[in-house]
Design a protein around this ligand. Structure first.
Ligand SMILES: [Zn+2]
Length: 231
């Protein structure tokens, strides 16, 4: 039975261990996946296969939430060495600034220019709202503005369609999912753990979170555990 992992990262080579992985760990994880015969594609390349309830074989998707600077500086060259492209989820109003939604440590966010450069190299820029709120705690009108406004601004910045979304904090309910659909997104990532299967709901995709201390073996362990849970 076919399953596909969407890996969830935040920063690479940033400060602290929270929402961060060392570049050496990401390098080892890429090497392992390459040795196992995997290739990596951006999330948008799953839209068509999922509509037909099929999945590309031996494929992973790298997602980097919050479009943090370390991803531009360190993950980009690492993935490029394999000819791979990934998806970053941008918080539009924080581009060029810092994360203000994580409780303690702040991470630097890519600039609009860096995000545009990534998009030109074939990386996918997905939307992660305007300000990273808890969407279920907002009045409906404000939540829709966060969801649709981010898509609108990113499309204007990049000059291309934005089809992927990621729920801040994984916070969602039925109404929020409906808004994401109405705003025109085709796929959306949650923080629910698991692997994608051919009949996964495209707006409720599970992921495999990667932590600071995961090297190649850590990745393998997480993949096997997610595989067991999703059979
Ligand atoms: Zn986030």
């Amino acid at each position: 039975m076919k399953r596909l992992p969407i890996l969830m990262y935040h920063n690479v080579g940033g400060q602290g261990r929270s929402l961060n992985v060392p570049p050496q760990a990401l390098a080892r994880q890429c090497r392992l996946l390459h040795l196992l015969g995997f290739r990596a594609i951006p999330l948008r390349e799953l839209i068509a296969p999922l509509q037909e309830h099929r999945l590309p074989p031996r494929t992973v998707v790298f997602t980097f939430d919050d479009a943090l600077l370390g991803v531009y500086e360190l993950a980009r060259p690492l993935l490029r060495a394999y000819g791979w492209r990934a998806t970053v989820f941008a918080v539009y109003h924080h581009l060029g600034g810092e994360t203000e939604w994580a409780s303690h440590l702040r991470h630097r966010v890519m600039s609009q220019e860096q995000l545009t450069a990534l998009a030109r190299e074939g990386w996918e820029v997905g939307a992660h709202t305007l300000t990273h709120p808890h969407l279920t705690r907002l009045p409906a009108e404000k939540a829709y503005q966060e969801i649709a406004g981010c898509r609108h601004e990113l499309q204007r910045l990049l000059g291309e369609e934005v089809r992927s979304f990621c729920y801040p904090f994984g916070d969602l309910n039925e109404q929020v999912v409906q808004m994401v659909r109405e705003a025109g997104y085709h796929v959306a990532c949650t923080v629910r753990k698991g692997l994608v299967h051919p009949h996964s709901e495209p707006l409720l995709l599970p992921r495999v979170p990667i932590a600071y201390s995961d090297g190649a073996l850590g990745l393998l362990y997480r993949l096997l555990r997610a595989w067991r849970h999703s059979r």
